[in-house]
Design a protein around this ligand. Structure first.
Ligand SMILES: C[S@@+](CC[C@H](N)C(=O)[O-])C[C@H]1O[C@@H](n2cnc3c(N)ncnc32)[C@H](O)[C@@H]1O
Length: 536
């Protein structure tokens, strides 16, 4: 059985099970208190099964049974509850469960561990949407606070405390942030480690902490400039390097970074990265991530009427010109998208998703944690009917608050297929505003992680940029185009569809009118005949 069929079968099983389990809502678990042995046995069997899987390749399932918002309050202001007071299928809003993690964590759809409260009662915790290593998510022995605990039935016999928003889990026994007291060397080592993991915001924090105390530390300045470069803040990068020049500490690393920074800045304003050369290079090297900057000076986001917001040209461009050039916010391409298969069964929206969609979502969540400065830009993207209160960078109890369901919906509605045979997917923050048209005036091409939009015709200043979300719309009739667009959950209102829709509508009305005229003629005719017959 293929991955798709397997996921479909699992989805049907889960949906049927979920319907049956609804009857348990509001009740206590069938076995109260939950037996410690059964929790530990279940976890050790998951550990055994995981150990038998080939490393790096496994299938895991995430089941979404309910959409609910993350907690926006500090755990210290919530009312304490305990495991024996939890009710199945209930989000205990306004409450917090303080527990100790008593086993080694396991990966199984989410991150799992056994928890014990102050009364010695035990349950299993299941954390979703936090894709760090299990020992980082649920470190054995730590004490944690679970905000608004959701007690959820996995089967008729098994219930778990479930966390969908990573910020709803607080590790309270985690060491306090004492970074100010650390010596510079340790702080800069942390900055280097953060840079190597592309955690640019953290790297900035470590460097700035050093610079507050030692303004002329050249290493801290160079690392800070690199972190700004990673965050695509090229102006700040160059300013930081200038300060190094003033201090007379400008070495070859700084000079190299300055050259790259200047090149990126010029690309930002003048789209000067030489798309033709980039295209030739990437087709040869097949490099995924290119060192180039986004350039979207020629576009602006504005209201587009029925389609919501759209992307408009700020100046006129000729056919063939580059209208937009943007680096990916997150992207998954084969073969990495096949390294592990993750299925997300959404029982609320009655659909399931597998790679690459789910892996892209994982990457987006990781990227947001790494670069919180990008949070507002991502959260403003189209999310259909889903509304979230979290739209800005919000830190509660030291955690970045993200509504995992909101991010998931944004990824579903804005991801673009890309890469060889369109087997990959990515998110581009500006290009996401491009609406669909069945007669597009722009087409997107991918070079590495760089999405380049070319004008398919002359486009005037203020005109909307439109791409086709489907392949070859020009060859497809109305019905086929709408079938292909179905997965985006909207009825196309582009001028071509509107014209064709009205043409079809007028044809239908004319057909009906003709038919009723025909009927009326026949009735009159037969009435006339009857009258004639009657007269005979
Ligand atoms: C990727 S977003 C495009 C940006 C979006 N309009 C916004 O306001 O953020 C895709 C969504 O835009 C809307 N859309 C795009 N093209 C459309 C069209 N031709 N007709 C109607 N709605 C369209 C649909 O709601 C679709 O799900």
């Amino acid at each position: 059985m293929g991955i798709w069929e397997g996921a479909q079968e699992e989805y049907n099983r889960l949906l049927a099970l979920h319907k049956k389990l609804e009857a348990m809502k509001g009740r206590v678990p069938p076995q109260q208190p939950i037996l410690k042995e059964s929790v530990l046995t279940e976890l050790s069997s998951i550990h055994c099964r995981n150990a038998q899987r080939p490393p790096g390749s496994y299938t895991c399932h995430t089941v979404v049974t309910d959409y609910y918002p993350p907690c926006l309050e500090s755990w210290t202001t919530l009312q304490k509850t305990c495991i024996s007071q939890l009710r199945i299928g209930v989000h205990h809003v306004g409450q917090v469960l303080v527990v100790r993690l008593i086993t080694k964590p396991a990966n199984h759809g989410g991150c799992l561990s056994a928890i014990e409260d102050e009364h010695g009662h035990v349950a299993t915790i299941e954390v979703h949407n936090d894709h760090r290593e299990p020992y980082e998510v649920l470190p054995e022995g730590a004490t944690c606070a679970i905000k608004q605990p959701f007690f959820y039935a996995v089967s008729k016999r098994e219930v778990r405390v479930r966390v969908d928003h990573p910020s709803d889990l607080i590790l309270i026994a985690r060491e306090p942030t004492t970074i100010n007291a650390e010596p510079h060397a340790a702080m800069l080592q942390k900055a280097e480690a953060a840079l190597s993991m592309k955690q640019y915001t953290n790297a900035c924090r470590y460097c700035l902490t050093t610079l507050i105390v030692d303004r002329s530390n050249p290493r801290a300045r160079l690392l800070l400039a690199s972190a700004f470069y990673g965050l695509e803040k090229y102006k700040s990068c160059l300013e930081t390097l200038q300060q190094l020049q003033v201090l007379g500490q400008f070495d070859s690393d700084a000079s190299d970074l300055q050259t790259r920074g200047l090149a990126r800045l010029s690309e930002t304003y003048y789209a000067s990265c030489g798309i033709e050369e980039v295209a030739q290079d990437t087709s040869k090297t097949r490099q995924e991530w290119l060192d180039h900057a986004s350039s979207h000076e020629t576009v602006i986001v504005r209201d587009s009427g029925a389609a919501g917001r759209g992307l408009f040209a700020t100046k006129s461009v000729n056919k063939g010109d580059v209208v937009l050039c943007e680096t990916a916010f997150a992207m998954v391409l084969p073969p990495s998208q096949l390294a592990r298969v993750i299925c997300r069964h959404d029982l609320v929206r009655k659909r399931f998703r597998i790679n690459p969609d789910v892996l892209l979502y994982v990457r987006v969540m990781e990227e947001l944690q790494r670069r919180p400065t990008a949070v507002p830009d991502l959260l403003q993207l189209w999310s259909g009917e889903y509304r979230s209160e979290v739209k800005e960078v919000l830190i509660v109890d030291g955690n970045l608050v993200l509504d995992a369901f909101h991010v998931s919906r944004i990824v579903e509605l804005n991801a673009m297929a890309c890469g060889p045979n369109r087997l990959g997917e990515g998110i581009w923050l500006k290009a996401s505003y491009t609406n669909h048209s069945c007669a597009p005036n722009v087409s997107y091409k991918l070079h590495g992680n760089l999405l380049v939009g070319h004008a398919l015709e002359d486009i005037g200043e203020g005109q909307e940029l439109l791409v086709s979300y489907i392949d070859h719309p020009e060859t497809k009739p109305f019905k086929e185009r709408h079938q292909a667009l179905a997965e985006w959950d909207f009825a196309c209102q582009c001028p071509r569809c509107t014209t064709e829709y009205f043409a079809q509508w007028i044809n239908r009305i004319e057909g009906q009118l003709n038919a009723s005229e025909e009927n009326a003629r026949e009735v009159t005719h037969s009435d006339g005949q009857e009258a004639d017959d009657g007269g005979k």
